[in-house]
Structure formats: structure tokens, C-alpha cells
Design a protein around this ligand. Structure first.
Ligand code: ADP
Length: 627
């Protein structure tokens, strides 16, 4: 954290925040316009009150003309009422825009980028660490976009300074009559003194609050770690399945230990000693300074009024304006200091937003062919995950045509899922080519290419949305088609029991009447989702891993009927589930070591398939005997 206090040039600070503001504008297009109007309005209105009070007091203390008093009071009331109404109108317009922006700033820009990035980068450790750091920066002192959101305070402070200067000018141009002994106050020296005091106080209190801020920023690492600890234990306590384990093994004591000893927010911890305690001294000193300034301004203006330079009512105006001037200069400095502290966080955000898409994007269309004549071929494909050394796939050659049933079997870690990830172009092969109808898949338009696949991954996710939306993956969908997909996936009976049919929410996250579905039911919904997409290739990557082998085999063979004329690729480490397939590819340490039909593979007694089959057969025999 050494460079947390690093100084940046004004140009750099402006450059970074100009881009930050442009990015923010993309998230919330009306934000800056609405908030600037609000800030400008808020900055000017206090002076209106000061102005009218001064006029009314002047009249009361001076000529006391009823007509003039009536005039000022009515005008003041009318203007104040108008301002109140305007304030209400601006708030009605600007506040919802502000809340929406504050709500979206920590998700929208990152999600947009994540959805458009190469999957390899989404999945990389470096990206995860970057996102985590961005989040922690935000949650600690609001570094990143939240600071961009507060940039309108700069404008408010600037307008505040201009308004205060306007109201202060006459303090120096109104002279005490020469014959008065107080005429000495007309000396330019007093102007210089007051100016020096105002600017000095502002600089000092701006410096002090900047120091408070940088103390917070310097504690960023410890603070974010503290927040991390809170967040971690919070989720341990409330989220399944961890919360169950925590209870069973009484791990709450570990949580308590961390709160009491490890977090910087503990009693006597870094936050207390390095931020709160010194910060309170700075606050007190800043408050004392501004009280001293106010006292001096009172003395000066009262003496000038006493000497006859202006009416007593203007004393309030000048004191109000001069102290506001000092306060706004100080706010300007504080906001600027915050921008400086925000540079590093913004640069990290830009680094994330600028991750380039390096996967080649072709433009060929896969033309959803009505004859569904597709052929996929892996031609000598080898693959390593980015930034790793080990080959996960090595010289894979495999070809399959539409309508076929292909099984990919092999032990855990043999490369089956990776094979599917390459097929779906989540990654490109490190060596070799994957061809669709003889053309390298990189040459196809990516979205178009993805349209020919439906995949149910092992760790498929359903979302806390209505059942129908989950299956269709869309807000508007064909209800009868969704119902058919659910029935085909074996969810028909359960659907009939759903309280609101397709509109029933899954899980209770967003609807207290949502339905908790079991692992098996969730898997059927995931399969229905794949069927609804009606892609020519349908891939099941061990979505049944939670089920026992016999149940899995039953689902797979039933699925065989459902798949109809589609090409189905089944992935399993359980051989018996896939023995009905036309073609079985046996993976071992990233290589296809055998390929053929079940009987053919089994007859080769020295083959991997034979070995795996016999190793697993005992288990099935035992299960069947039990069943
Ligand atoms: P299977 O589906 O046969 O169980 P996988 O394709 O999931 O096997 O994994 C094959 C190998 O690749 C394993 O050794 C696994 O640790 C490694 N692997 C999987 N995903 C990644 C990743 N994102 N980064 C690095 N290595 C990975």
C-alpha cells in the first residue's frame, strides 16, 4: 500500500475521471445532467435566504418603512415558496436517477463486459482477482464508480464559491464614512487579511479532511480484508450448504475469533487507532478554525456596520457568504483529494474494461439448416488451459454426425468436460482444428455457432425466476412449447403440482411463495431448458452426477427417445449409463484411447473400457441385487 499516497498530476486526475465519467454516462445517461442541476440549485438557494434576511433586518433596524417591509417579506415568501416547489420538482426527477445509478454502478458495467468477454478470460484467475479487488475497493470507502458519482459535489462547490463571491464584493466596496474613527477599516490591508484568512482556513480544513480521507485509503488493504472477513462469515452463517456444516461443527467460534481479533474493525484495531482517533482530532481542529474565522468576520462586519458602511442586516449576509466561501473552497479541495485517491481504483477498473477479445470472430453463418445435416470433426486437437503447462487434451481425433448418439466416457479428470468446452468454443484449441461441415469453427459467427448447441453442464444453474422463464431463457416465450419440454424431460407430474404453473418462482430468493426444487427436479428443468432451445446438438455433461448410477442410466436411455433426430452427446464417468450409444469414445489422460460400440469395446480385454467396465460392474451388480 506504499503507493496509496502517491501524488498524481492534475492532468492525470482529470484524464482518468473524464473517462470514468464517460463510462458512468453509459450506465446512467441522464445522471450528470440531473445531478448537476440539483447541485447547482442546492448551491445557490442558501444565498437567496441570506439575501432576503439581510434586506428585512436592514429595514427593521433602519428606516422601518411598513411598505418596504411588506414588499420584502412578501417577495421573500414568494421566492422561498417557489424555490421549495422547484426543489421538490428537481428531486422528483433527479433522485430516482441517482438511486438507480447507485444501484447499477457496481453491477452493470462489469456484467456487460463479462458477457462480451472471451470465456477464457472470464474463467481466468487474473480476472477473478481483478474483479474481487474492484469490489473490495468499492465496498470499503466507495472507491471507483461511487466516487465518480459524487463528482457533482465539485460543481456544487464551484457554484457555491461564485455565489459567495458575488454576495461578498459589497462588503469591501461599501466604505465607512471618512469622519468616523472606524474609517481605518476601509484600508485594502483588511481585504488582503480577510482573503488570506478565508483561503488559509479553507486550505487547512481541506488539507485536514484530505488527510482523513487518505488515512482511510491507506487502510484500504486492511479495511477490505476486514470487510472480506465480515462478508465471508455472513455467507457461512446464512447460505446453504455451508451454514449446515457451520452448525454441525460449531465453526461459529472461528467466526467470533476472527471478529474479535483479526479484523481491523475490532475494538482497538487499525480502523480505530489509525482512522477514527486521529480523524476526530482533525475534525475538532477544523471546526475550531472555522469558528475562529466566523468570529473574526463578525467582528469586522459589525465594526463596519457600526461605522456606518452598511445597514446592520447586511452583517448576516456577509458573515453567511464569507463562511460559505471558505466552506466551499474547502469542499472543492476535499473533492479534488478524493478524485486523487480514486485514480488507482479507476485504473484497475479500466484495466478490466479494456481486456481485449482475442478470440477470432468469424462471420460465416451456420444457417439453421432444415435438413440438419451437420458433421463435427476434431482434427488432431490438443489443449492446455491458459497460463498452465499441462496438456489437458492431446491429439484428439473424433468425428460425429447429426442424429448419432455419442458417449464420451472416462475417469474424472480425463478431459471430457474440456472436450465439450472446446466444442462449444468456450476456448479455442491450442493446436489442431475443430471443423463444422469441413470449415474451422472459428470462421463462423460465434452466436450463430452457439445456436446449434444445447448443453446441460454438470454444474448447471437455475435462476430464482419463474419456472417458464428458466426453461425458455427469455421473458416472453411459447407456453405450450415450454410445457412440452418439461413433460419430455419428465417434469410433467411436478408441473401439475406447481401452485402457479409456469409462473411459479423457483426458490424463495425473489418470491416468498417460490418453490424449492430437489436436485433431481432441478436437473429435469435444466434438461427441459436444453430441449426448448431445439438445437441440433444436445449435450449432457454429467448433469446427473448427484444421482445413483442406475437412476442416471434410466434418465439417459429415456433421454435417448426424447433427443429424437438431434445429435446427442452424453458425458459420464459411469460406463453403464451410455452403453446404448452408437459410438463411445473413451478418454484417458486427455487422449481418446478407444472408440467404437459397447460390445466391440468390451471385447477388447486389454482396453481401458474393459478395465473401467469391470471396475464399475461390481458396484452395479451389488445395487441391482439390493434393488
Ligand atoms: P473431466 O470432465 O473428465 O472430469 P475436465 O475436462 O473437467 O475432466 O478436466 C481435465 C483436466 O483439466 C483436469 O486435470 C482439471 O484439473 C483441468 N482443468 C479443468 N478446468 C481447468 C481450468 N479452468 N484451468 C486449469 N485447469 C483446468
Amino acid at each position: 500500500m506504499k503507493n496509496k499516497t502517491r501524488k498524481y498530476s492534475a492532468r492525470k486526475i482529470l484524464q482518468v475521471h473524464w473517462r470514468g465519467a464517460k463510462e458512468f454516462h453509459r450506465i446512467a445517461p441522464k445522471f450528470f445532467l440531473s445531478q448537476s442541476c440539483k447541485a447547482a440549485f442546492e448551491a445557490v438557494t442558501p444565498y437567496v435566504t441570506i439575501f432576503f434576511s439581510a434586506r428585512i433586518i436592514n429595514e427593521l433596524a433602519g428606516l422601518r418603512r411598513p411598505e418596504a417591509l411588506k414588499y420584502w417579506v412578501i417577495l421573500a415568501l414568494a421566492v422561498e415558496a417557489g424555490l421549495a416547489l422547484t426543489r421538490y420538482g428537481i428531486a422528483r426527477w433527479a433522485d430516482p436517477i441517482h438511486s438507480l445509478a447507485a444501484y447499477q454502478e457496481d453491477t452493470v458495467p462489469y456484467l456487460k463486459k463479462l458477457f462480451s468477454m472471451d470465456y477464457a478470460d472470464v474463467d481466468s484467475q487474473a480476472t477473478k482477482e481483478m474483479l474481487n479487488k474492484i469490489r473490495l475497493n468499492e465496498s470499503y470507502v466507495g472507491l471507483g464508480f461511487p466516487t465518480i458519482r459524487s463528482m457533482n459535489e465539485l460543481l456544487g462547490a464551484f457554484i457555491g464559491i461564485l455565489s459567495a463571491i458575488t454576495l461578498t464584493i459589497s462588503l469591501f466596496t461599501s466604505k465607512v464614512p471618512q469622519e468616523s474613527p472606524l474609517a481605518v477599516l476601509n484600508q485594502p490591508l483588511f481585504f488582503v487579511m480577510i482573503l488570506a484568512l478565508v483561503v488559509g482556513t479553507a486550505l487547512l480544513s481541506g488539507y485536514l479532511s484530505g488527510k482523513c480521507w487518505s488515512m482511510q485509503v491507506r487502510l484500504n488493504e486492511e479495511g477490505t480484508q476486514g470487510n472480506n472477513i465480515f462478508g465471508h462469515f455472513m455467507s457461512l452463517g446464512s447460505q446453504r450448504p455451508a451454514s449446515v456444516d457451520v452448525r454441525l461443527y460449531e465453526q461459529q467460534e472461528i467466526a467470533a475469533h476472527y471478529f474479535e481479533t483479526a479484523s481491523t474493525f475490532r475494538h482497538g484495531g487499525g480502523y480505530e487507532t489509525k482512522v477514527i482517533k486521529p480523524g476526530s482530532w482533525y475534525d475538532a481542529f477544523g471546526a475550531a478554525l472555522s469558528a475562529a474565522l466566523t468570529g473574526f468576520i463578525y467582528l469586522f462586519t459589525c465594526l463596519k456596520a457600526w461605522g456606518g458602511a452598511f445597514g446592520v442586516g447586511l452583517v448576516t449576509q456577509y458573515v453567511g457568504a464569507v463562511t460559505a466561501l471558505s466552506r466551499n473552497i474547502s469542499n472543492l479541495l476535499t473533492s479534488w483529494g478524493q478524485l486523487e485517491g480514486n485514480v488507482e481504483a479507476m485504473e484497475l477498473i479500466f484495466e478490466f474494461l479494456d481486456i481485449p477479445n482475442s478470440m477470432y470472430q468469424g462471420s460465416l453463418t451456420t444457417e439453421k439448416r432444415s435438413d440438419r445435416q451437420y458433421e463435427v470433426e476434431f482434427k488432431d486437437v490438443s489443449f492446455r488451459y491458459p497460463n498452465t503447462e499441462a496438456w489437458v487434451l492431446r491429439h484428439v481425433n473424433i468425428r460425429f454426425q447429426v442424429g448419432q448418439r455419442l458417449a464420451v466416457v472416462g475417469e474424472n479428470g480425463s478431459g471430457k468436460t474440456t472436450f465439450i468446452k472446446l466444442l462449444c468454443r468456450l476456448y479455442d484449441p491450442t493446436e489442431g482444428q475443430i471443423l463444422l461441415n469441413g470449415i474451422d469453427i472459428r470462421k463462423y459467427d460465434y452466436r450463430d455457432y452457439m445456436n446449434i448447441f444445447s448443453v446441460v453442464f454438470q454444474d448447471f444453474q437455475l435462476i430464482a425466476q419463474p419456472l417458464g422463464n428458466n426453461v425458455a431463457g427469455a421473458m416472453d416465450y411459447d407456453r405450450s412449447k415450454v410445457e412440452k419440454a418439461l413433460r419430455d424431460a419428465g417434469f410433467g407430474d411436478r408441473l401439475a403440482e406447481m401452485p402457479k404453473g409456469l409462473d411459479t418462482y423457483l426458490y424463495k430468493d425473489l418470491d416468498k411463495e417460490g418453490v424449492e426444487v430437489s436436485g433431481g427436479e432441478a436437473q429435469k428443468i435444466a434438461i427441459a431448458r436444453a430441449l426448448y432451445k431445439d438445437a441440433p446438438f444436445i449435450i449432457l455433461d454429467e448433469p446427473t452426477a448427484a444421482l445413483d448410477p442406475l437412476a442416471e442410466a434410466e434418465i439417459y436411455s429415456k433421454f435417448d427417445q426424447i433427443a429424437g433426430d438431434r445429435t446427442a452427446v452424453y458425458i459420464s464417468h459411469r460406463l453403464s449409463s451410455c452403453k446404448f450409444c452408437d459410438e463411445i469414445a473413451v478418454f484417458d489422460h486427455g487422449q481418446v484411447v478407444q472408440q467404437g460400440g459397447h460390445e466391440e469395446l468390451l471385447s477388447n480385454e486389454s482396453g481401458k473400457y474393459h478395465e473401467l467396465w469391470h471396475a464399475q460392474a461390481q458396484y452395479y451388480a451389488q445395487k441391482e441385487a439390493e434393488g
